[in-house]
Design a protein around this ligand. Structure first.
Ligand SMILES: Nc1ncnc2c1ncn2[C@@H]1O[C@H](COP(=O)(O)OP(=O)(O)OP(=O)(O)O)[C@@H](O)[C@H]1O
Length: 258
């Protein structure tokens, strides 16, 4: 369970989120264009960057806890130690109860075990690193998993493989993506759309799959989103109007609707 209360994240020259509040109760997709703040949200939840307001993981405020074991992520900075993948897995087994046999099964299923197991993470290819970090996060025996853009840099076959892992082993938390093609795979999850410093939702993924995007503030819309250009777009449950959201391919294209 993740709770965000009046969270503001400022950088030197800009404010990314201003006073946002939302909860993540079950399995949730966070859909956002490039640069919308998906990774920053995970960093803040892991206590890696400063924020104002409060972030609670299972009721514990992130700034007040150190080494909370029921949280895992695929962010590379968490695994930047210069030891081999095998050693990272052993350390996580000691401190978090990582399931070695599940982790090894993941790597073998992705057909990368031999290539990666004795190398440090920073020596792996982008795709290999992405698979290893996801496998570490999913086998770490955690209630709250924060997975950032897991489908990037993977061929279709491995995308299918990791989608099956996530469906089976992701116990709760959120997964970020900009890829709307993935919606149908997670149709029983909740979702938020993150755009322009705000989170819109929660919305059942099933409702997003059946939603169209139309310009303007439409009464009865599932959500109305403010675009950076000052215009508004609405997600409505009427596929005879506008553009079907799920065929946009990437949520980056939502900017082009209005
Ligand atoms: N330390 C920082 N200092 C200044 N700006 C930052 C910092 N970290 C992130 N940003 C800015 O915050 C915005 C959100 O970045 P973030 O990486 O969280 O987005 P994202 O949704 O994960 O994007 P992508 O999918 O491209 O990785 C970007 O404009 C980024 O340049």
């Amino acid at each position: 369970m993740l709770e965000y209360k009046n969270v503001t994240i400022d950088f030197k020259y800009n404010t990314l989120f201003r006073n946002i509040s939302f909860d993540i109760k079950g399995k949730t997709l966070i859909l956002g264009p490039n640069g919308s703040g998906k990774t920053t949200l995970i960093r803040a939840t892991c206590g890696l960057i400063k924020y104002k307001g409060f972030i609670y993981v299972d009721g514990l405020e992130v700034r007040k806890v150190k080494n909370y074991l029921k949280l895992s992520t695929n962010l590379s900075e968490v695994y930047s130690i210069g030891i081999t993948v095998r050693d990272v897995a052993y350390i996580l087994e000691e401190i978090k109860g990582l399931d070695q046999s599940l982790f090894n099964k993941f790597l073998k299923e992705a057909r990368i075990y031999e290539q990666v197991i004795n190398k440090p993470l920073h020596k792996l290819s982008t795709g290999q690193s992405s698979i290893v970090r996801l496998a570490l996060a999913l086998s770490s025996n955690c209630k709250n998993c924060l997975i950032d853009e897991p489908f990037e840099n993977l061929d279709p076959d491995r995308r299918m493989t990791i989608t099956n892992w996530i469906k089976e082993y992701f116990t709760g938390g959120f997964l970020t993506t900009h890829e709307l093609d993935m919606l149908k795979k997670f149709n029983d999850w909740d979702s938020y759309i993150i755009l322009n410093g705000r989170l819109y939702g929660p919305i059942m993924v099933n409702d997003l799959i059946e939603a169209s995007v139309v310009e303007g503030n439409i009464s009865g819309a599932i959500i109305v989103i403010d675009l950076p250009n000052g215009k508004k777009i609405s997600l409505i449950k009427d596929l005879s109007k506008g553009i079907k959201l799920s065929i946009l391919g990437s949520i980056n294209r939502i900017y082009g609707v209005a």
